[in-house]
Write a protein that binds this ligand. Structure first.
Ligand code: FES
Length: 230
């Protein structure tokens, strides 16, 4: 069967989430490299918190996240396809070799990157608290709200992780056979509900981290966006 030509807008439509990931990442990292802003008016940029750790390990945590994997495997590598769409001329041309080849083996380390993702979360809350008290007294500004929203989004994304689901109860075959089995089962059920929203949280948390960065750049540029709430 001949391949159906996809108009650019069709390509964007079927891959909207992938392209939004790429666009946000490109814009964010472009800004990060071009105009670094570490701290302004008591706000610490999420990319610099803490400076050295933020990019490599949590970056790998995000890169190996199942939500992102699904997108880049399906839409960039076409391997595997979610389901073959003959209308688009797709065929299962090769067996799925997934996480066992080359650089893709890195994806198997996701469960370990999770620990880095968890360890770094308190820093985002510290930055929020720092923004409240940096002037000596207690002030609550829009920027503090932005930092808090970012911290909460990152926390929600991290703890809805599939690897975390395995840790809290997915690794147990018989709940009644283990200590605190009923509590573990309740925790597992609650996390399973949370986990069902993981893809949306992956997207939202990516958006909030770059929005926080952009907001700080606006403050640093002197734009009148940072109103004091109390
Ligand atoms: Fe997405 Fe673990 S699967 S963060």
């Amino acid at each position: 069967m001949s391949k159906k030509f996809l108009f650019p807008y069709e390509f964007l439509e079927v891959n909207w989430r992938l392209w939004s990931f790429i666009a946000i990442l490109t814009a964010g990292f472009g800004a990060l490299i071009t105009f670094p802003v570490a701290e302004i008016s008591g706000y610490i940029d999420p990319f610099y918190s803490p400076t050295v750790l933020i990019v490599p390990l949590p970056g790998l945590f995000r890169l190996t996240c199942y939500a992102y994997r699904k997108d880049y495997h399906r839409h960039i590598f076409h391997h595997p396809l979610g389901c073959v769409n003959v209308e688009r001329g797709e065929v299962h041309s090769q067996p799925y070799t997934g996480e066992v080849n080359g650089l893709f083996q890195l994806e198997n380390l996701h469960r370990y990157f999770l620990y880095a993702g968890i360890l770094i979360l308190p820093f985002f809350y510290f930055d929020f608290l720092h923004s409240l008290t940096f002037a000596g007294g207690l002030t609550f500004r829009i920027g503090s709200l932005v930092l808090l929203a970012n911290a909460v989004a990152l926390t929600s994304w991290t703890f809805s992780c599939h690897a975390f689901r395995h840790l809290v109860g997915g690794n147990i075959d018989c709940y009644s056979c283990v200590t605190a089995g009923a509590a573990r089962k309740s925790l597992f059920d609650a996390q399973s509900w949370w986990n069902s929203h993981h893809e949306a949280l992956a997207w939202i948390s990516l958006l909030t981290i770059f929005f926080a960065d952009l907001y700080l750049r606006a403050v640093s540029a002197g734009l009148p966006v940072d109103l004091r709430l109390f």
